[in-house]
Design a protein around this ligand. Structure first.
Ligand code: 4AD
Ligand code: MG
Length: 463
């Protein structure tokens, strides 16, 4: 008998076929006519399939009539046309095998709807809910789309290390990796002696694969890295995780405007793929989570991203007359309320802000001739704010080293990064897209903790 997913069995062309379906019961309803309706879900799509189990089945009274939410089953049967609302097909069962029971008194997902906060305590069970199943499928679609886009554009996928000894963003928000005995570390002149540590020097979980991606771009042209990154910043917001996934393209012979073009094309491709491939899940988000989601995505696809300098952004914020909690002022980072004002009210579209003050951006960004700004770009979206951060990179060694010293970094410890400028330097650019911020934007989910399977945030790393 052919094994079939619920998604396949829901298709009209499955009618008439015999099938084996395997999944978890969502509900059971007994009819007076001597049969039961079982709603079966296997995660292949949002919808369940209705199974009709007749009282003639040998284990009807003993097992089928005891099925409840969460039980796992194999169903053999025939796919029939269904007269029911919202379904083309249903299964007429010829056999039901119960693999695992789920005690109705104890199973947490029994009937009652739970808040997303409550479901975070059950990260092991929440993928069985409609919302988290839909998030998982959309996230998968986005990841596939990311790889497809870059592969089709001729980028090479490079994996960069998770453990590193360089601080890419120069912000110091890094998790230390060590095998030293923290109760009794070896010391030299009163400080911890990291020469005795596993790598012979202080090492950390990476905040970004960019610096390593630059080395490959400096040989292979267009590359991208896509992996987990870690930030030890104490930010308890709906947009910050301590562990998140970032995709980072890096291109030799590429300036900031080309970088912006790529970012815009890239995002639009992903939105388009999700709308095409995840229609049912997106309809769910639009109905249950945020009823502007579909309209927003379609609007973004149909429009050009706005591009303004940081200076103009500050100017517009100052002249807006809007009451902000933090007054915008030149030389300070944009707050999320500023990002939201620009994208939601001023332009009602994604906005690429570029040429930021050099004092608030990392050492590796290309210094403009004005002596005040660097060729940075942030892509801001409605609701979520910054989803991409990138720049043209400083390719002049002397200026790079000067910028490092300005930020109290020792050029000697970035000697290999300097070599990329010493030998065959090119104008080059790249950016980082936060996967979870993107999935948040697409789905309309309010909290970033609900778009990653196992969220890590300050004070929270269950499992
Ligand atoms: O702006 P960021 O810090 O840029 C970089 O790390 C560069 N090295 C990227 C590059 O040019 N290759 O981070 C890039 C993106 C942000 O725009 C945001 O979407 C996401 O990563 N991000 C976070 N997402 C979730 N939680 C956090 N704590 C995040 N920090 C950054
Ligand atoms: Mg940033």
């Amino acid at each position: 008998m052919r094994k079939m997913t619920v998604a396949e069995a829901r298709e009209k062309n499955a009618i008439g076929q015999s099938a084996l379906l395997q999944g978890w019961i969502r509900t059971r309803r007994d009819s007076k006519g001597g049969f039961s309706f079982l709603e079966l879900n296997d995660g292949s799509c949002l919808a369940n399939i209705q199974v009709i189990a007749d009282a003639d089945l040998p284990n009807y009274a003993e097992q089928i009539q005891k099925l409840s939410a969460g039980c796992s089953v194999s169903i053999e049967g025939e796919v029939k046309a269904s007269g029911g609302k919202g379904q083309e097909t249903e299964i007429l069962a010829t056999g039901v095998v119960v693999h695992g029971w789920a005690d109705a008194q104890e199973y947490p997902l029994q009937k009652k709807r739970h808040s997303f906060e409550k479901l975070r305590e059950w990260a092991h069970l929440r993928p069985r809910t409609n919302a988290f199943g839909a998030v998982a499928r959309v996230r998968n679609c986005v990841c596939r789309s990311i790889h497809n886009f870059f592969q089709e554009e001729g980028f090479l996928y490079v994996t960069t290390p998770v453990i590193t000894t360089s601080d890419c963003e120069g912000a110091g928000d890094m998790f230390r990796v060590t095998t030293l005995d923290i109760d009794n570390p070896p010391k030299q002149n009163g400080t911890v002696d990291f020469t005795q540590d596993f790598f012979g020097k202080p090492s950390y979980l990476t905040v970004s694969g960019q610096l390593e991606a630059e080395t490959y771009a400096s040989a292979l042209g267009k590359v991208y890295t896509f992996g987990p990154t870690f930030r030890a910043e104490n930010s308890n917001t709906s947009r910050h995780l301590a562990e998140f996934w970032m995709v980072e393209p890096e291109m030799a012979f590429c300036t900031l405007p080309d970088n912006m073009d790529l970012a815009e094309r890239f995002l639009k491709r992903i939105f388009n793929d999700v709308l095409q491939q995840c229609g049912e899940d997106m309809a769910f988000f639009n109905q249950r989570i945020d009823n502007t989601t579909l309209e927003t995505l379609q609007g973004v696809l149909a429009s050009d991203f706005v591009r303004i300098t940081y200076t103009e952004a500050i100017d517009r914020l100052e002249r807006s007359g809007h009451k902000f909690e933090f007054q915008p002022s030149w030389g300070h980072d944009l707050q999320s309320e500023h990002e939201r004002y620009l994208t939601e009210e001023e332009f009602a579209a994604p906005v690429i802000v570029y040429d930021y003050p050099r004092t608030i951006k990392p050492f590796y960004m290309y210094a403009n001739d004005d002596g005040k700004t660097v060729r940075a770009m942030d892509v801001l979206t409605p609701k979520v704010g910054e989803i991409i951060g990138g720049s043209q990179r400083e390719d002049r060694l002397d200026i790079l080293e000067q910028r490092m010293r300005e930020q109290d970094l020792d050029p000697a410890s970035y000697w290999w990064y300097g070599d990329l400028r010493r030998f065959g330097s090119t104008p080059h650019s790249g950016f980082g897209l936060g996967l979870e911020r993107l999935v948040q934007f697409i789905t309309g989910m309010a909290n970033i903790r609900d778009v990653i399977p196992f969220p890590r945030t300050p004070g929270n790393a269950e499992f």
